[in-house]
Design a protein around this ligand. Sequence first.
Ligand code: SF4
Length: 385
Amino acid sequence: MDPNKTAAKSVGLYLHIPFCRSKCLYCDFCSFVGKDEEKMRLYTAALCRDLAQYAPRLRDHTVDTVYFGGGTPTLLPPALLASVLDCVFSHYLISADAEITAECNPATADEAAFSVLRRAGFNRLSIGVQSANSDELRAIGRRHRFSDAERTVWQAKRAGFDNLSADVMFGLPLQTKESYLHTLEQVCALPVTHLSAYALTLEEGTPLCRLVDEGRVQIPDEEETEAMYFGGIEYLKSRGLAQYEISNFARAGYESRHNLKYWYGHPYLGLGVAAHSDLFGERFGNSYEIDAYISGEDVTEERSRPDERERKNEYLMLRLRLCEGIDEGEFSDLFGASFWESYKECLTPYLERGYLIRKDGRCAMTPRGFYISNHILSDLLDFPD
Ligand code: SF4
C-alpha cells in the first residue's frame, strides 16, 4: 500500500498552527486560545522564515504531502493561511499530485474561506467533528454543535474539496455504544472519504482528567469502550470505510498519505512550535514557546540520531499500527535478521489466540490485536533480540 515507495527523495512537510477558539477539556496539544490576528501574522511570518531557511537542504527532494495541523489552522484568516502555502510553493518542489491538508474545526471557516483555500492549492480537509451528540460535545468542552460540523462539511464540498476526513472520538463521558454508532451513521451520511476514530485518552493535567479523577465526570467502562471500538469497525466497514490503521478508515485510495509517511518511517520536516521532524536520519522537535519561535530563537528542545535498535523498535511499533502489518522480507533486508525467528517466542501466544495473523509473508495485528496493541507492543519491545 505504501504510496511513497516509488518516489525518490520525497519528503512530507508538517506546519503547526497553534491557535484555537477555546481549549477543549481533554486537550494537551500545543494550542493557544484567542484570535489575535497580529500574533497570527507574526507567527506565519516566522513559519515562512523557516520554510525559506530549510529549503536549500531539501533542494533535491520533492514534497508530496503538506499538512497544516494544530490547533485550528482554519482559525487563521484564509488569505493568511493561503499565504503560508504560497510560501511552500515558492521555496519547494511540490509534486503535481501532492496531498495538501488543513485541519479544520466546525464553524471556523465558511464556503468563501474554503474557496480561498481550495484556490491556493489545499485539496484535503480534516475536520474535527468528534460526536453527533450535543451533550457529549459539551462534556468534552467542544464549542460546536453537530449541525455546525454538517454545515462545514457541505460548505467545503461545495467549495471543491472532494477529499474530506472527519475525526470522531469514542469512550467519551455520557457516550454509549448506541450513541457512538449513531455518530458514525450521521458522519457517514456526509460526503467523507476518510475517518479517524480515536479513543479518548485522559492526559494528565487536563481539566477532563481532573474531573474524572475527582469522580465528577464518568467515562464509559472498559467493556462499553471495547464494544464501541469493535462496533465502530464493523459499522464503518459496512459503509465502505475500511480500516487501514488502528484508528483510521478510508474509502479505497483515500488513505492519508501524510500520516502514512509517519507509519512507514519516511522523512518529514515539521516547522512551527511543537513540530517534530525526521530528516536525514535525525530527529528533532520544537518546544511550545511561541514568542521565542516568533523572535527567531532556536526552540529545538530535542535532537537525536536513533541507533539501529531504536529504529528497529520504532519500525515494529509503527508498522504494527497498520492493518497490512510487517513485511517480513523487508524486515530482514533492513535489519539482517528473520522477523519471525527473532520474535516467535514472544508472538506465538498472540498468534494462537487470534490477536495476530501471519499470511503472505506478513505479520499483522487483527482488530482484536489492535485493541490490546499496547500490551503486545510492550512485550515485543521488551523481548531480547
Ligand atoms: S480544537 Fe483540537 S487543538 Fe484545539 S483545543 Fe480542541 S482538541 Fe485542542
